[in-house]
Design a protein around this ligand. Structure first.
Ligand SMILES: [Zn+2]
Length: 65
């Protein structure tokens, strides 16, 4: 079990904010945690569209909501 260090001080865990797909602005369904740090948000459509690529660069894909 490895500890994950969160470097972003702006991330409010547990607060439900309106999160938008980075591609089209629709409501985000998937949060992608990147191996190099940071994260991306995608709607269901774009999560599937970019899934193969995301699995190469992501450490985790998590459903939102
Ligand atoms: Zn989208």
């Amino acid at each position: 079990m490895s500890a994950t260090q969160v470097t972003s001080s702006t991330t409010a865990v547990g607060v439900r904010a309106v999160e938008r797909c980075d591609r089209c602005g629709a409501g985000a369904k998937v949060r992608v945690l990147l191996a190099r740090g940071g994260e991306l948000l995608f709607c269901g459509h774009h999560a599937r569209t970019h899934e193969d690529k995301l699995r190469q660069v992501a450490v985790a894909l998590r459903s939102i909501g």
